[in-house]
Design a protein around this ligand. Sequence first.
Ligand SMILES: Cc1cc2nc3c(=O)[nH]c(=O)nc-3n(C[C@H](O)[C@H](O)[C@H](O)COP(=O)(O)OP(=O)(O)OC[C@H]3O[C@@H](n4cnc5c(N)ncnc54)[C@H](O)[C@@H]3O)c2cc1C
Length: 283
Amino acid sequence: MQLPFFLAKRFVAGEDFTQAAPKVRELNEKGISVTLDLLGENVTDRETADTTTGEYRELLTGIREQKLDATISIKLTMLGLDIDTEYCRQNLFTLLDKARELDQFVRIDMEGSDYTQRTLDLFHEARKEYGRHVGIVIQAYLFRSREDVAALVRDNADVRLCKGAYSEPRSLAYKSMSDIRAVFKEYAAELMKGTDFTRIATHDDHLIEWTKRFAEENSIPKEKFEFQMLYGLRLSTCEELVKDGYRVRVYVPYGTMWLPYYTRRLRERKENIWFILSNMFRN
Ligand SMILES: Cc1cc2nc3c(=O)[nH]c(=O)nc-3n(C[C@H](O)[C@H](O)[C@H](O)COP(=O)(O)OP(=O)(O)OC[C@H]3O[C@@H](n4cnc5c(N)ncnc54)[C@H](O)[C@@H]3O)c2cc1C
């Protein structure tokens, strides 16, 4: 399906790094750090996976050259996880070589449950080799996450905790918001107490307020965790958090392959659809 880019531009910072970089700078000037995400998913040929690995390496260099306060997030299916796990590992390590050389950081986004085990296995391998230059994501909605969190805490890993964005079967994942919030809090507590730094990725006021309270009650300083939100959502909340001394990072996607990402954002909230529709009428 071909949709014009103006429909996506609330959630996507541009079609290339040149367009995205000024948006990153604007956020940095507000005291907000950034995670850059070159959009795309499920690459099925080696040529595209090799090109993508090269583009990510260039992105790390671009961030350094432009002196941006930004790291990157990647999806392993873009580095060839659907083609061959060993091949994907080589691409990941090639990228992490660059991250280590530039003293940068690469977070591995978490995709659908078919990939969870392989993603965690590759992360644990990468963590042994690249230490603090690599991080991972946990989706609270998956039943398996309790054990995954425990292993990550033992490893003092750098974890982004989110609810989870994919449509998973009832046999694998919690479905109700109250269950998901309950496990989110349980894992956030373990990570905040048991690791050096935790990333709380949510727009949910209930969880944001809970995190602030939990940190205060457990004497966890504001320097030991950050809130993460998506580009195009709740900027004023991000600004208020910064004003109150909290660390905030915004996930900024860019690229030409924006349709799957954009569709997930629309599925999540009706308000997002209304925003797009009202923008359509204004344009
Ligand atoms: C930085 C970041 C990285 C992520 N990485 C991944 C990943 O690697 N893998 C993955 O599966 N998922 C990822 N996600 C998506 C995540 O799993 C959720 O699907 C998504 O964040 C929606 O859940 P939520 O907690 O933000 O709020 P929701 O569950 O969508 O909403 C809960 C409540 O939050 C408030 N709220 C939410 N949005 C708005 C808004 N626009 N305006 C006002 N109030 C609002 C409302 O009170 C609402 O009732 C990521 C999310 C973020 C923020």
